[in-house]
Design a protein around this ligand. Structure first.
Ligand SMILES: [Ca+2]
Ligand SMILES: [Ca+2]
Length: 240
């Protein structure tokens, strides 16, 4: 009886409003797989500010590297074995007067709609820095000063022997759009010489709220229901 009650309680507490991200990535070329980068000349990897060479993306400052594991750059994205290419947000600081790189992409959104940004990141440990970091900003593309959120994501140096580095992690954050077009920007803020944050599998998906059977009761009702059942079960345990 107690087991059954516990299961019922877990079921009730587990119900409610859940958030499901749809499968459609609103970004173009979020995995940086186009254009295909096969040139083993390091200089050819540098994509300068103002360039739209990387399909769907604009380089907004410094330069970035479009790297392919065939020739140069990071080891395979351990979170996505199908990935062959990604971006090093610091291309070559010799070519950018020390300015770290950044890139952006805008996409159509519905004001008031909830979205989820996710991306994989690691860092280029070819040049030492105590840590590496990227400023991630989501804003109204029509008025970029109107920031929806802006966070700095950092990663400490991986003291791995040799090159390339590993250590892939996933970032995830929800946001609510405030206009019909939203701007996503990545700016490298910490790194070294030619070594910055590696970026891959950037995705923005609409998040839909799926109401559970008792969601209509609202949060207070949910708390009351679970608390009431919990209290009843505790009282039952004491009297048993
Ligand atoms: Ca990729
Ligand atoms: Ca680089």
């Amino acid at each position: 009886m107690v087991g059954k009650t516990l299961k019922a309680l877990a079921l009730i507490v587990g119900l409610g409003v859940t958030q499901n991200a749809s499968a459609d990535n609103l970004l173009v070329n979020g995995g940086f797989e186009t254009p295909l980068q096969t040139n083993q000349n390091l200089a050819a990897f540098n994509v300068p500010a103002g360039s739209s060479l990387i399909t769907g993306w604009n380089v907004v400052q410094g330069n970035v590297d479009l790297t392919n594991t065939c020739c140069y750059g990071p080891g395979p994205n351990t979170l996505d074995p199908s990935s062959a290419q990604d971006v090093d947000l610091i291309g070559d600081t010799n070519g950018s007067n020390g300015v770290f790189g950044g890139l952006s992409q805008s996409f159509a959104t519905t004001p008031g709609q909830l979205y989820r940004l996710t991306f994989d990141y690691s860092h280029n440990n070819g040049t030492f820095s105590p840590d590496y970091a990227v400023q991630v900003t989501v804003a109204d593309a029509n008025a970029p000063a109107n920031t929806i959120f802006s966070v700095e994501q950092s990663q400490p140096f991986f003291p791995q022997v040799g090159f390339p580095s590993g250590g892939w992690q996933t970032f995830s954050q929800n946001f609510t759009a405030i206009s019909d077009s939203t701007l996503l920007t990545f700016i490298d803020t910490r790194g070294a010489f030619n070594a910055g944050i590696y970026l891959d599998d950037v995705s923005v998906e609409a998040v839909s709220s799926v109401p559970g059977p008792i969601a209509g009761a609202g949060l207070p009702g949910l708390i009351f229901a679970s608390g009431g059942l919990l209290g009843w079960w505790r009282r039952r345990q004491k009297s048993a």
